[in-house]
Design a protein around this ligand. Structure first.
Ligand SMILES: [Zn+2]
Ligand SMILES: [Zn+2]
Ligand SMILES: [Zn+2]
Length: 200
C-alpha cells in the first residue's frame, strides 16, 4: 500500500509540480518526481545544453499530475528493478492520477481514500451547499469520529455514517454509546452546533 502525495504550484508564472510515493506502513518516501514547464536559465538566454536545465515538461499544468503519476507508479524503474507492483494507492479523491495509472497499468490498482482527503472532499461539498463554517465543521468532525470509532469494521462504519444525519436531526435510536446522546435523552446538547440544539 502506497500513499500518494501531490503538490502543485499552478501559478502561471511558475508551473511546477512534484509527486511522491510514501509507504503506508514505513512512512518512508519510496520515490518522487518533479515537472517544470519553465527554467530560469533558459529564460535568461542560456542554451539548453549549457546548464542543468529544469524544464522537463511541455504540456499544460493540468496534465502534469497524471503524467507524473504514471511515471511513478507504472513506469517506475526503481520498482521494476525490485519486482514490485503497486496495487493500492491512497490519496486524493478527485484526482485524474488514478485514472491515468489504471489505463497504463497491466494489473488492478485499488484506490483508497485517507481520512484527510475524504474529510476534505466531504466538507468542500458541504461548503458548496452554502452551509455555515460551523455546521460544515460539525459534520466534518463527526465524519472523522465515526471513521475512528469503527476502524476496521466496514459494516459498522457504513451504518454509523448513515446515522450522522438522523443523529444531527435528533433521532438517536441507532446511535452508539460513544456519541453520548442517550445519556441526556431528548435534551442532548449539540455543543458544536450554532444553536446548541438539533437542526429541527
Ligand atoms: Zn543567466
Ligand atoms: Zn533550461
Ligand atoms: Zn445520537
Amino acid at each position: 500500500m502506497i500513499k500518494f502525495a501531490n503538490n502543485f504550484d499552478m501559478n502561471l508564472r511558475l508551473a511546477f509540480g512534484y509527486t511522491s510515493l510514501i509507504g503506508y506502513y514505513s512512512g518512508k518516501v519510496i520515490s518522487y518526481n518533479t515537472r517544470s514547464t519553465r527554467c530560469s536559465r533558459c529564460e535568461h538566454g542560456h542554451t539548453k545544453s549549457d546548464h542543468d536545465c529544469r524544464k522537463n515538461f511541455d504540456g499544460s499544468a493540468r496534465a502534469m499530475e497524471p503524467d507524473m503519476s504514471v511515471d511513478l507508479v507504472t513506469n517506475n524503474k526503481l520498482l521494476k528493478e525490485e519486482n514490485v507492483i503497486i496495487s493500492v494507492l491512497i490519496g486524493d479523491d478527485d484526482s485524474s492520477a488514478i485514472a491515468a495509472v489504471r489505463q497504463e497499468a497491466s494489473h488492478e490498482v485499488e484506490k483508497w481514500s485517507d481520512t484527510n482527503h475524504a474529510k476534505k472532499n466531504l466538507t468542500s461539498r458541504l461548503y458548496k451547499l452554502s452551509l455555515s463554517a460551523k455546521v460544515v465543521n460539525y459534520f466534518g468532525q463527526l465524519f472523522v469520529r465515526v471513521l475512528n470509532h469503527h476502524k476496521g469494521n466496514v459494516e459498522d462504519t457504513a451504518e454509523a455514517l448513515k446515522n450522522i444525519v438522523p443523529h444531527a436531526y435528533g433521532t438517536h435510536d441507532k446511535c452508539k454509546e460513544w456519541l453520548k446522546c442517550h445519556e441526556k435523552d431528548n435534551n442532548f446538547i449539540y455543543k458544536d452546533l450554532p444553536k446548541k440544539t438539533t437542526f429541527n
